[in-house]
Design a protein around this ligand. Structure first.
Ligand code: CP3
Length: 355
């Protein structure tokens, strides 16, 4: 099979800001329920068992590479495995999503959180990364990931997925120092966890900040940013030494772009709410942009998917670009539509192509 230097992949070169022959593409949540092959594995195993069994996690990680032809594989795991490793009970109930019961709501509750040894508590993710590298034989690189402390805290404090995040936001107003302790505790474990992922063979890292957009720029800087910086400070040395680019993904964070553009990350991954050219006009060309097709576009016809993908490619032409969706692929997406998206990028994303 292919023997390529570890960091010579199209996706990694684009992350580093190099001029590449074609825009690379992958999809957030690409290993998941829209794939019948995933549902078949999932029918036999609950979600956490899948995450914790390296051979199964690796199998579903590779599925979208084989089935839809993405240019990178993201390791099958979840952002909520970190607080679980810290001692919180995590369950995924059918139709309800993740549940932490009891949640963490005040400083006294922090006593329930441990500082775990990540090798013994999250080593299954490291094993899955190593196994996936072996299985892929260099075909595409493997992306590791974690949630930002703010986004992970949302689930831990709310006790699950929330509409208004009232408990989290109330805590941030009532007792910012107390909440800061929770975010710092999550950050220190996340540093160990991401460094472990690099050691295991992760070739890029993505930080998911699904709820970063809840805060104004001033409050983001005061509340969410310090723990995010702790992570970047803790991981950047290893990442740089190993040529591992770091990607920050924010959802609903358009109002934070100027601030986010100062983060020491290689790639900013943005949602679909404004065009890539508009994003670049605001933040300059210091970073690779990742995104940003609206995931609901993949519920339309192949013609609409192709047109919309070409529009995103055209908008991204002003600088280095990794194509992706603006948020995760929806479970109801037809597989052939996901494939139409990937193929549109491969057909129209060449440097010399007209978009
Ligand atoms: O991207 C991938 O393909 C890799 C695997 C991955 C999963 N979750 C698997 C998963 C990744 C990168 C995540 C990240 C994640 N997890 C985020 C950030 C990205 C985002 O979508 O905003 C968040 C907020 C979570 C927390 C989480 N996990 C929720 C809220 C849920 C339930 C809602 C839902 O989408 O089902 C999960 C479950 C989950 N994580 C599934 C998968 C494939 C579905 C589980 C199943 O098969 O039943």
């Amino acid at each position: 099979m292919l023997t390529r230097p570890d960091n010579d992949h199209l996706f990694l070169r684009a992350c580093r800001g190099e001029t590449v022959e074609r825009v690379p593409v992958w999809m957030m949540r690409q290993a998941g329920r829209y794939l019948p092959e995933y549902r078949a594995v999932r029918a036999e195993n609950d979600f956490l068992t899948l995450c914790k069994t390296p051979s199964l996690a690796s199998e579903v990680t590779v599925q979208p590479v084989d089935i839809v032809g993405v240019d990178a594989a993201i390791i099958f795991a979840d952002i909520l495995l970190v607080p679980e490793a810290m001692g919180l009970e995590l369950t995924f109930n059918k139709g309800e999503g993740p549940v932490f019961d009891p949640p963490i709501r005040k400083t006294a509750d922090l006593d329930r959180l441990k500082r775990p040894d990540v090798d013994s508590t999250l080593g299954y993710v490291f094993a899955a990364i190593a196994e996936t590298r072996r299985v892929l034989e260099g075909r595409v690189p493997v992306i590791g990931f974690a949630g930002t402390p703010w986004t992970v805290a949302s689930y831990v404090v709310e006790g699950g997925t929330s509409k208004n995040h009232a408990h989290l936001l109330a805590w941030s107003h009532r007792d910012p120092q107390g909440l800061r302790k929770l975010l710092d505790r999550l950050a220190e474990v996340t540093v160990d966890y991401l460094r472990g992922q690099i050691d295991a063979g992760a070739q890029a890292l993505q930080l998911f900040d699904t709820w970063g957009g809840l805060l104004s720029p001033e409050r983001f800087a005061a509340v969410a940013l310090p723990s995010l910086e702790t992570i970047l400070d803790g991981v950047s040395g290893d990442a740089r030494a190993r040529g591992v680019p770091i990607i920050y993904y924010g959802n609903g964070t358009g109002h934070l772009l100027e601030l986010l553009s100062t983060l020491p990350v290689d790639v900013l991954s943005v949602d679909w709410r404004q065009s890539l050219s508009a994003v670049r006009a605001r933040i300059g060309d210091g970073k690779t942009l990742q995104g940003n097709l609206d995931p609901t576009t993949l519920l339309a016809t192949p013609e609409v998917i192709e047109q919309s993908t070409r529009a995103v490619l055209a908008s991204g032409r002003g600088g280095p670009h990794v194509m992706n969706l603006g948020h995760g692929i929806l479970p109801m997406t037809p597989v052939e539509n996901a494939r139409a998206f990937i193929e549109a990028v491969k057909a129209h994303g060449r440097r010399d192509a007209e978009t």
